[in-house]
Design a protein. Structure first.
Length: 592
């Protein structure tokens, strides 16, 4: 006679009982999910009903299978012998994991420190604070002049003002006015057609268009003052902008202070979150100064025009020490704005020799190739700060650093991975980021010889794609933090070339004033009008120069393509914007 098993677990799972249980659970899950889907989704059409049924069926099979596997594991674990085996294996795995974490942490830390010590011995500095410009006395600081303090408080508000100005933030006042807000047109209006010239396209500004704009605007608003009867275009423009005279003079007085250091909150742990509201203000000031200077030139007030150009260059210099790429990109934009009135005064032969010499001395102070090195080291320092913040403080701040939203339910797994990886992997990511800057981004600009290599930039771009082609634990942060800086390198090269072209054009105008015509070659400029003739930033060869049949000249660099295109300028966007990737970088005047 067969004897029934005494153990209820064995009795319950003898034969095909487990299959029946699985089928019942799968069917119950299917019915529940299907009913819920019908009540909530309310399918329309046969395809939606079929899709809901298929989803419920798959969900039922998965849930039943997982539950069955869990139940079988619990049955197996109920045996004391199996439980001891489980504990032993678990302890071994935990020990191996701990050893693996310890090894990865040590290896990452060691490799990073070895790399940093090697380059620090050569003078490199990787700490963000080493890049922060030193503090300067408030009474000698352009950025702490009353007009800046008041305007920035109006922009920042009470909380952020406290970070910027400390005890200066509270002087008993409740309201502040941004007096540096000096728009040249009504908000929402477009600039008058052809109202602003562009030296890159060899065009001059059209003040008649601005005169018409201000006089038409006066019919509906008193935003800008106008004369009862039309004057010359330059006089009407200067009258419209006269509402800013006192502010500009106060800004000019502030510019006489020898130093400039905006009180950015450099001590933030999350260095990528440092506020930079002053950049937009500086650029806006450059715009109003450009229009005002152009009007002064056309009104014959060259001394005032020179003072305004010098103020524009002082604004560019005011943020030169900031270790931020965006700060220097704004400086480059401000440079192109400031060059326009210089260009127009040269094209119309309005500057005197003394004024030209002063302009040359001011432009000679600009060195955008050196600024590139500072900006790249600043970007590297920001990237290092981001990695260190994640490694030491809270890895869940990854979305704040990258700008990506990682808070959704579908991103729980990647967040869990970021949160649980060994600390050494963050060190390896930091190492690869630092190494890429050191071997790829910094060498493309030769500060010593004053050249930029487009081929080296393209090689760096290819190296970046190759670096990110295969994702590993040692580079998972690189695609989030390491940007493609090809466009930025070109902007710095173009900025320095613009300065050099302007300086050579100034020397040519001084030669013309002295000799009555432009020289046959640039060699005639040295040493009387220039100590040394700048070479082409691209390639290091001499700049190209030729006198034209109309008594003028064309001066140019071979440009980013490295090829002499004969002084041809290439345009994009319907001929409104110069394509600096193609053609030459040219300085020439409008045809007479």
């Amino acid at each position: 006679m067969s004897e029934e098993p005494k153990n209820i677990w064995k009795k319950s799972w003898t034969g095909l009982h487990w299959l029946k249980a699985w089928a019942i659970l799968a069917g119950a899950t299917f019915v529940i999910i299907y009913v819920i889907g019908v009540m909530t989704a309310r399918p329309q059409g046969g395809s939606e009903w079929c899709g809901l049924g298929l989803f419920a069926l798959i969900a039922g099979i998965v849930v039943a299978t997982l539950f069955l596997l869990l139940w079988m594991f619990i049955r197996w674990l109920c045996c004391w012998k199996n439980f001891r085996r489980f504990l032993f294996v678990g302890a071994c795995l935990a020990t191996l994991i701990a050893l693996a974490y310890a090894e990865e942490d040590w290896r990452g830390w060691y490799d990073l420190q070895k790399f940093k010590h090697h380059w620090e011995a050569k003078g490199e500095k990787f700490d963000w604070q080493s890049l922060v410009p030193p503090a300067v006395p408030d009474d000698e600081n352009f950025a702490m002049a009353p007009i800046w303090v008041e305007s920035m408080k109006a922009i920042l508000g009470p909380t952020n003002s406290l970070q910027w100005f400390g005890s200066y933030a509270d002087d008993g006042r409740t309201k502040f006015v941004n007096r540096l807000d000096m728009p040249v047109q009504r908000e929402g209006d477009d600039s008058p057609t052809n109202g602003i010239g562009d030296w890159q396209r060899a065009t001059l500004g059209n003040l008649k268009a601005w005169q018409d704009y201000y006089r038409t605007l006066a019919a509906t608003t008193n935003l800008f003052p106008v004369a009862p009867q039309p004057q010359t275009p330059a006089q009407d423009v200067l009258l419209a902008l006269s509402k800013y005279d006192s502010t500009i003079e106060e800004l000019r007085t502030a510019g006489e202070r020898p130093y400039s250091r905006f009180p950015l909150y450099y001590n933030r742990e999350d260095v990528w979150g440092i506020l930079l509201p002053h950049l937009a203000v500086l650029k806006a000031c450059s715009l109003v100064l450009r229009l005002r200077t152009t009007a002064e030139l056309q009104n014959g007030q060259t001394d005032k025009a020179l003072d305004d150009v010098k103020l524009s260059l002082r604004l560019i210099d005011s943020i030169q020490t900031e270790p931020s790429l965006i700060s220097h990109l704004v400086r480059i934009a401000m440079l192109q704005i400031a060059l326009q009135p210089i260009y127009e005064g040269l094209a119309e032969h309005q500057w005197s020799d003394a004024q030209l010499a002063e302009l040359d001395s001011q432009l000679a102070k600009l060195d955008f190739l050196a600024d590139y090195q500072l900006a790249m080291r600043g970007e590297r320092g920001c990237d290092i700060g981001a990695v260190e913040f994640l490694r030491h403080r809270n890895r869940l701040h990854l979305n704040e650093i990258t700008g990506d939203n990682l808070n959704g339910p579908l991103n729980f797994i990647p967040l869990l991975i970021y949160y649980s990886v060994p600390s050494g992997w963050f060190c390896q990511n930091e190492l690869r980021i630092c190494r890429f800057y050191e071997t790829q981004y910094l060498p493309v600009v030769d500060e010593t010889n004053g050249t930029v290599s487009p081929s080296a930039v393209r090689a760096a771009e290819f190296a970046l794609r190759r670096e990110l082609r295969r994702r590993t634990p040692e580079n998972f942060l690189e695609p989030l933090l390491l940007p493609d800086l090809t466009a930025a390198v070109k902007k710095f090269a173009y900025a320095q070339e613009s300065v050099d072209l302007a300086r050579v054009a100034i020397a040519l105008e001084r030669y013309r004033l002295a000799m009555g015509m432009y020289p046959e070659s640039l060699d005639a400029l040295s040493p009387r009008f220039m100590d040394e003739i700048p070479h082409d930033i691209i390639g290091g060869e001499p700049l190209h120069y030729e006198r034209t049949n109309d008594g003028q000249f064309v001066l140019y660099s071979v440009g980013w393509n490295g090829r002499d295109d004969g002084g041809v300028v290439v345009y994009r966007k319907g001929g409104k914007v110069v394509d600096t990737d193609q053609g030459d970088w040219v300085w020439r005047y409008p045809a007479k």
